[in-house]
Design a protein around this ligand. Structure first.
Ligand SMILES: Cc1ncc(C[n+]2csc(CCOP(=O)(O)OP(=O)(O)O)c2C)c(N)n1
Length: 375
């Protein structure tokens, strides 16, 4: 059982699909890895967010009259609704594309709380958006018929169509090219160094994915409880705005936002708003591993842009960089005493422990966090 990603990729190219854009997902990890390995450079774009992926696919269709592919986790639905309804829908510009969706939180399959509701409504959302879909079969013999059907509908109706992918649909893919980075620390090690430098009243808001899981585990290990941290387990890309609003309401407290490169890039306009709001207690820490590490390590453009320069241009008062343990400890200290908004970009290597647990009792954590803020 299970589909070899390369066979699926070949079935797509046999159907004339040669352009891929998307935001990676853990259920699609093996497929993403195959696309990244096989597609020509300009024919595969890992987008800032899923709405942008739809827009890239639309542009590709306009320029070539071909049917492009967009891949995403169902968590990305919120980002695609507008460009689907106001750009691609047959009632507007009628732009065909195949959207491959990783189905986290599928009913009856155990998953983290932030995926449960999204999983439950995934097919209903497709129905509401009038997107014809099929659930991806898990045998090779059925894939061809399924793709033929979807591509036929997409071309006849000039409309987006979707293929919904369940957990464990894809077999493993071993990429031919392996990528390495020169940095010595992991995200988890850098999170521990940050936490060690915080004061007892400092507030932390951490981003989606393994960063929040690692922070949670470290607090467990230190037996500090979880009331100082708000873990943004879903809502990728939004943690800095949550932190900003808290910083504005709690000017006497230091607010540390622990962000990821993929998350910052997803909604980079947030930095302009942070710069303009001038919250002197807002401290942004971007842990940049140049990848979407939490969902399989697919590359971001994190190492090709300068977050420090972007933040400066947005009006942050002080912007620092670090990549070693001593730099981090020293600069977190500077960050907490300097006037913000301020930024520390920490460059790390990808990778995490495989036995990482997930935060429990989200709502209780929220209550204790709110109590901690109110003190
Ligand atoms: C809107 C949305 N799209 C995709 C995902 C799936 N997802 C969860 S974490 C993550 C990667 C985050 O990358 P980054 O911020 O760089 O942090 P890292 O995992 O590298 O620590 C992705 C793509 C999601 N949760 N929400």
């Amino acid at each position: 059982m299970g589909i070899p990603p390369l066979e699926f990729y070949s079935a797509l190219t046999d159907n004339g699909i040669d352009f891929f854009a998307g935001v990676p997902d853990s259920l699609l990890k093996e497929f993403c890895s195959c696309v990244d390995d096989r597609a020509a450079e300009q024919k595969h774009i890992i987008a800032a967010n899923e709405g942008n992926a739809i827009a890239l696919a639309a542009g590709y269709h306009l320029a070539t009259n071909k049917i492009p592919l967009v891949y995403m986790q169902n968590a990305g639905f919120g980002n695609i609704v507008n460009p689907i309804l106001s750009l691609c829908d047959p009632s507007v510009y009628a732009i065909p594309m195949l959207i491959v969706i990783g189905w986290r939180g599928e009913p009856e399959i155990k998953d983290a709380p932030q995926h449960v509701k999204q999983g439950k409504v995934t097919l209903k959302l497709l129905d509401t958006l009038d997107i014809p879909y099929r659930i991806m079969p898990d045998t090779n013999s059925e894939i061809k018929g399924c793709l033929d059907y979807l591509i036929k509908i997409a071309s006849e109706k000039n409309a987006p169509v979707a293929l919904v992918v369940k957990k464990n649909t894809f077999k493993e893919y071993n990429p031919e090219q392996k990528k390495d980075t020169p940095f010595e620390l992991t995200r988890e090690e850098s999170i521990k160094l940050i936490v060690d430098k915080l004061n007892s009243r400092d507030i932390v808001v951490s981003t989606t994915g393994k960063a929040s899981r690692e922070l949670y585990e470290y607090r467990e290990q230190l037996e500090q409880g979880h009331n100082k941290d708000f873990l943004v387990v879903g809502s990728m890309g939004h943690c800095s705005q949550i932190a900003l609003a808290i910083a504005l309401e709690k000017p006497s407290r230091q607010v540390f936002c622990l962000d990821g490169d993929g998350s910052v890039i997803m909604h980079m306009g947030s930095l302009a708003i942070i710069g303009s709001q001038k919250a002197s207690n807002f401290k942004h820490v971007i842990i940049n591993n140049g990848s979407h590490d939490s969902v399989g390590g697919q590359p971001t453009v994190g190492f090709s842009v300068s977050f420090v320069n972007i933040a400066k241009a947005c009006g942050y008062k002080r912007c620092l960089e670090a990549s070693t343990a001593s730099d981090i400890s020293e600069r977190i200290e500077i960050l907490r005493t300097t006037e913000g908004p301020a930024l520390l970009e920490i460059k790390v290597k990808s990778g995490s422990r495989i036995d990482l647990s997930r935060p429990k009792s989200l709502k209780e954590n929220k209550d204790s966090f709110m109590e901690f803020l109110s003190k």
